[in-house]
Design a binder for this molecule. Structure first.
Ligand SMILES: NC(=O)c1ccc[n+]([C@@H]2O[C@H](COP(=O)([O-])OP(=O)(O)OC[C@H]3O[C@@H](n4cnc5c(N)ncnc54)[C@H](O)[C@@H]3O)[C@@H](O)[C@H]2O)c1
Length: 352
């Protein structure tokens, strides 16, 4: 492993970040860097759609690069935040590391395992580092729970339960290029499960598309249930849906031998009725509302790592491990049987 702290350049002041891909997620990242990350400065933006890049660059006072190559050639850019469609991440991350830039990549690194490994290996041999967009690791409620779990206050974990539900499905063209519900959405739950509980040994999964043509035509599902068996003996269950209708939900529960922690909407009453677009108690509508603070905190963390040369955020290895669980879940769903998760994130293992 390279000693980055000894060799990496340490820019003074704030880390100079650029964002490539300025759609749903990239525009959130660009605004967060410009407005709520004290250790970062947004110096440049790029999108293949100049009509998208120009107004955002103007709004945020950032240079608008004419091409990705121009962005990478800019000596005033220390690091690049990649928020393009998933299929483009790996090639762009590899170009960035060759150009000497640190990278923050949205999840997943790639739709393919082999190129995920290629990226992980390229960064492990380079002076630059890679942080992956697992924002939940920066959510104040989850961080507080994780601290108490790792301090042993929960005792041995016995059950992990999580729900991740989007109010409405994204556009069909996004679904077609997303890698499917397990790799696109489930990957957050698989990373959270590894972070809070530990490595996963095997998974069983079922998916449903209810004859919805946008999903059925791509072999994807709009809802799924995954059962996890952790190497430490705990069990987990995760439900995921893109079509909840009532709002966005991301909840979880960890039951241990001494205590249980539940991160959920703090409702006092026990009865609630939810309908498309409404609920008898107000709910949030989207992931960026639920995880707003986490999205800023992950980039502030990235900027501090750029400045210190000491990366401690979720790494390419974490991304590969969560990807492997997601791929095993998709395989289990196809086979109708449990599937073993490949042994940890050993990148030297033969690739398929
Ligand atoms: N962490 C999260 O919770 C979260 C949430 C949503 C999306 N994402 C991830 O963010 C990524 C982007 O998703 P999105 O929903 O923002 O997509 P999007 O379609 O809204 O935006 C993508 C943008 O990238 C631009 N683009 C396409 N190819 C490009 C290229 N080669 N170079 C530069 N720009 C290019 C498009 O013009 C568009 O503006 C995906 O990988 C997705 O998985 C993560």
């Amino acid at each position: 492993m390279t000693d980055r702290s000894a060799s990496a350049p340490r820019p003074a002041g704030r880390a100079r970040l650029a964002v490539a891909g300025l759609g749903r997620m990239g525009s959130v990242h660009a605004r967060n860097i410009a407005r709520s990350c004290p250790s970062a400065e947004l110096v440049a933006v790029f999108d293949t759609r100049l009509d998208v890049a120009r107004p955002l660059g103007e709004e945020l006072g950032a240079r608008v690069a004419e091409s990705y190559e121009a962005l990478l050639a800019d000596p005033g850019v220390d690091a690049v935040v990649i928020a393009t469609p998933t299929a483009a991440h790996a090639a762009m991350a590899l170009e960035a590391v060759r150009a000497g830039k640190h990278v923050f990549s949205e999840k997943p690194i790639s739709l393919e395992r082999a190129s995920t490994v290629e990226v992980v290996e390229a960064f492990s041999e380079a002076r630059q580092f890679l942080q992956v967009g697992f924002h939940r690791r920066f959510d104040p409620a989850l961080v507080a729970a994780a601290g108490r779990v790792s301090a042993g206050e929960l005792g041995e974990v016995r059950l992990y339960r999580a729900s991740q539900r989007d109010k409405a499905s994204p556009a069909p063209q996004f679904i077609a290029g997303s890698g499917g519900i397990f790799i696109d959405m489930g990957i957050h739950d698989f990373d959270t499960a590894r972070w809070l509980v530990g490595e996963v040994e095997s998974v069983s999964a079922e998916g449903a598309s209810w004859q919805d043509p946008a999903f059925a035509s791509t072999g994807d599902y709009h809802s799924a249930v995954v059962v996890l068996r952790f190497t430490g003996g705990a069990l987990g269950s995760i439900d995921i849906s893109r079509v909840a209708g009532y709002g966005y939900e991301s909840s979880l529960e960890l039951m241990g031998e001494k205590a249980t922690v539940r991160i959920d909407e703090p409702f006092a009453a026990s009865y609630e009725w939810r309908e498309p677009g409404s609920s008898s108690k107000p709910l949030i509508a989207s992931y960026d509302r639920r995880y707003g603070a986490a999205f800023s905190a992950e980039l502030e963390h990235f900027a501090r790592s750029v400045l210190s040369g000491e990366p401690t955020g979720p790494s390419g290895h974490d991304a590969l491990a969560a990807f492997d669980i997601a791929r095993a879940a998709a395989e289990s769903c196809r086979l109708g049987a449990p599937v073993a998760v490949p042994g940890r994130h050993d990148v030297a293992r033969p690739l398929r």
